[in-house]
Design a binder for this molecule. Sequence first.
Ligand SMILES: CC(=O)SCCNC(=O)CCNC(=O)[C@H](O)C(C)(C)COP(=O)(O)OP(=O)(O)OC[C@H]1O[C@@H](n2cnc3c(N)ncnc32)[C@H](O)[C@@H]1OP(=O)(O)O
Ligand SMILES: O=C(O)CCC(=O)C(=O)O
Length: 372
Amino acid sequence: MSNHTIQINDTTLRDGEQAAGIAFNVEEKIAIATLLDSIGVQELEVGIPAMGHEEAQSIKTIANLGLNAKLLGWNRANLSDLKASIDCGLERVHISVPVSDIQIAAKFQGKRQLVLDRLRDAINFACDRGLSVSVGGEDSSRADESFLLYVAHSAQEWGAFRFRFCDTVGILDPITTYNKVSHLVSHLSIAVEMHMHDDFGLAMANTLAGVKAGALSVNTTVNGIGERAGNAPLEEVVMGLKHLYGIKTGIDTKRLVELSRLVAKATNYPVPPWKAIVGENAFAHESGIHAHGVLQNPVTYEPFAPEDVGWERRLVVGKHSGRHLLLSVLQQHGITLGQAEIQSVLDAVRHQSVQTKRSLTVEELLSLVPQG
Ligand SMILES: CC(=O)SCCNC(=O)CCNC(=O)[C@H](O)C(C)(C)COP(=O)(O)OP(=O)(O)OC[C@H]1O[C@@H](n2cnc3c(N)ncnc32)[C@H](O)[C@@H]1OP(=O)(O)O
Ligand SMILES: O=C(O)CCC(=O)C(=O)O
């Protein structure tokens, strides 16, 4: 186990909620923030105070809950956004600026100097008011590397405590991520934070690559919700850091399934059964060869025990099952069959599974056993 720790800055309540069609109410925001806090997530990006009205009110309510987690509000590089964050009672602000020329053209008339001027003014304003300032380079992955480094270095000089490296449109792969983040880390004394999107299904892999390259903080969302294809999933990043790299996050992993379900309910979108770590099938075994192995030792076909994330192992009978699983399930119900009988039950299971397009319940299996 490494002694190295990585901080999780979960953005379910900011980037997560930006997913098309997701809209949390204040009670849901409070419940999600409270559970994230109680399982030990160290920092929460709680929303965008500049949205005003109900959103600002719910951020204010979360700020007053007395959570242990540090709370961060997301801001553009402008003073009215920062005033809104202050009005919500936040002491920590994130200031985002576009850093790629594509984004600067759309938002800052193509003028890199304007980005720097606005960032400096915003950081000065926030620091003068005693706020802790994190800075985000929007579209860092497509930015000119020397300008990206110049912005990050300037943010550090002006008083930011951290720089967020954003793969805003999710176009990186782990090797490129590693190289870009290593370069940034080697030139900065402040922490680098990873913010990865999943457009090519690589958000989690790129987040881990960033950690290998020296990033000390990572953005996650529960169930990977977020803009377009989403962000790096909290549950995957935490378990990946723990089991693949031996890195501690201080998070009580035994409540990850509970957290996933809470967020799935609040989003109104179910988690796909094959979702890593928390999906219904994450520890389900139907295939004959797998079930045969798991019956002897679960580690044969499981990377870690389901209890580690608050889930359970399921052995289910279906189209791909074999004799060993069938015999085991039937034995648990006091039924012993000979070789010929078990094969005929197996054939019937396969047929029924194809007809119903699912695995069988135990009752359905028992009804296929010849009487007498
Ligand atoms: C990559 C990301 O996820 S960035 C975060 C994106 N999140 C969201 O947009 C969700 C919440 N957003 C909102 O509620 C609204 O967009 C608000 C309240 C922030 C702003 O709303 P509006 O004033 O209606 O502006 P609108 O959203 O149409 O346009 C964005 C404006 O912000 C400007 N802007 C965008 N990014 C930045 C930035 N980092 N710094 C300063 N200005 C910026 C744009 O140039 C545009 O400015 P303009 O109004 O002067 O033309
Ligand atoms: O924080 C920032 O700078 C932008 C974060 C973001 O949501 C993104 O780049 O996708």
